[in-house]
Design a protein around this ligand. Sequence first.
Ligand SMILES: N[C@@H](CCC(=O)N[C@@H](CS)C(=O)NCC(=O)O)C(=O)O
Length: 207
Amino acid sequence: MKLYGSPGSPYARKVRIVLAEKRIAHEYEIQRGSAPGSPVPQFNPLGKVPTLVLDDGRGLYDSPVIVEYLDGLGEGPRLIPETPRERIEVKQWEALGDGIAEAAVHINHEQREPAGKQKDPAWFQRQRDKVDRGIAVMEKQLGKGEFCFGGRFTLADIAAGYALGYLDFAVPDIEWRKGHPALARLAERLFARPSFGTTAHAQRVGK
Ligand SMILES: N[C@@H](CCC(=O)N[C@@H](CS)C(=O)NCC(=O)O)C(=O)O
């Protein structure tokens, strides 16, 4: 199988972390779905990454679908529990991670626009509120636990990790560690895992 992704995509990183945790052999190719001549739209009509191309040529998207597929393959315990109540809790963590990342993607893209063309401060504040409320809920739900859900490593931890890692990369001025000591400790543990280390976003220079 082959994964199309881009180095700055938090969703592609999520899939790459799952591939590493489950030790699944694959090819990884950097592609942007919207670039002229990109192969991605052949496999994903939305033209977005991550897109996974299976050995039979079928394309899988988007990241929650891909990680659910991958969780059924490869080694190790399930990252998404099988019992319905636990499963939905972990999927909720994933939705929270995706939503925080999405607001941060929007802020990051907008900050790169020339000063006069950027959206107004109220727009920035609305995105910022999503991030702030999201990490406050993560901090509360994590509490004193070592893992985000169920006392073991799951997709919930991956979700918290890639969302927080993306904040460091894309909007470092948010300084989410302040006031969120449980998440700060969790991130330290997660970022030390090989699956996070080998997929880390490159350090951005300037804006
Ligand atoms: N919900 C999707 C989001 C994917 C997404 O928005 N990917 C961005 C990169 S971070 C993309 O490919 N954007 C190109 C576009 O929208 O044309 C997922 O979880 O995979």
